[in-house]
Design a protein around this ligand. Structure first.
Ligand SMILES: O=C(O)CCC(=O)C(=O)O
Ligand SMILES: [Fe+2]
Length: 292
């Protein structure tokens, strides 16, 4: 019998999961409890986990195929994972609101971040609940947004002069750029497992709304980018050594607080691929939501 306990951190977003050891395969009951907590709370946290890169990778792979990032440096023992090693010469570029890897056609369902080395204080991460943000809009505006698609672009999130591109080197960046043309995603996404509708645009990668004039698109996107930062939608996580954050990338965005330099902060991330985003009104044939 597993003794997993779930402790919510806000009414809609974030929960601490106690009593799970992620270094070993979870039994079926524990796996179901973790998956249910992930879907309900959208980001879940585990403390005091002692994971090798292979154990981290294996836990992530239980949820689906893994994505290998085109720019960040891989972890040698498990190359699907990547390293975020931030210090004075390599500050984070994740100090802006984003959803991970929305520049591909099947963006990740989840990211799993593990704290390897933390600054003495600071370096928190903040998540925002895209269902709460969507629900707070007027019915008329929600309906308008639900019919729209937006362009998500690798080049917006990883410009040539950016920190990550420089770290990767010119050739790797040029190759990644060529392999990632802009993609379209619905502005409002129906969650494929819970059936919930949520905003699916993010400052990091969303360039414009298709079919609108540039001024209209900029005004709406800027309004939404500001809207998602309302404190009511957020949870702020203060990392402890060896903690894990596991978030549903289909229904959240996040922001890495850049307040700890010149101290160092090292994290490893695994990324689980998801399916193609859709809105319920324009669902591709053959796809079913769990809520149906
Ligand atoms: O370093 C962090 O707290 C978050 C970094 C990030 O954006 C990510 O791992 O997706
Ligand atoms: Fe991220």
């Amino acid at each position: 019998m597993s003794r997993i306990e779930i402790k919510p951190l806000t009414p809609t977003l974030g929960a601490l999961v106690e009593g799970a050891d992620l270094s070993r395969p979870l039994d079926d009951e524990a796996f179901a409890q973790v998956k249910a907590a992930f879907l309900k709370h959208k980001v879940i946290f585990f403390e005091d986990q002692h994971l090798t890169p292979v154990q981290h990778r294996d836990f992530a792979a239980r949820f689906g195929a893994l994505h290998t990032h085109p720019l960040y440096p891989g972890v040698p023992e498990a190359p699907e994972l990547f390293i975020l090693d931030n210090h004075a010469d390599n500050p984070t570029d994740n100090d802006s609101w984003h959803t991970d890897v929305t520049f591909i056609e099947t963006p990740p369902m989840a990211s799993i971040l593990y704290a390897k080395h933390l600054p003495p204080v600071g370096g928190d991460t903040i998540w925002s609940d895209m269902k709460a943000a969507y629900d707070a809009l007027s019915p008329a505006f929600r309906e308008f947004l639900s019919g729209l698609d937006a362009v998500h672009d690798f080049a917006r999130g990883f410009p040539q002069r950016g920190i990550v591109a420089k770290g990767a080197g010119e050739d790797k960046h040029a190759k990644a750029l060529a392999e990632h043309p802009p993609v379209l995603h619905p502005v409002v996404r129906t969650h494929p497992e819970t059936g919930e509708d949520a905003l699916f645009v993010n400052f990091g990668f969303t360039e414009r709304i298709k079919g609108l004039r540039r001024k209209e698109s900029d005004a709406i996107l800027n309004m939404l980018f500001e809207h998602v930062t309302k404190p009511e939608f957020l949870v702020r996580w203060r990392w402890t050594p060896n903690a894990v954050a596991f978030w549903d990338n289909r229904i959240t965005q996040h922001y890495a607080v850049n307040d700890y330099l010149p101290h160092r902060r090292i994290m490893n991330r695994a990324t689980v691929l998801g399916d193609r985003p859709y809105h319920r009104s324009r669902k591709p044939a053959g796809l079913k939501t769990a809520a149906e």
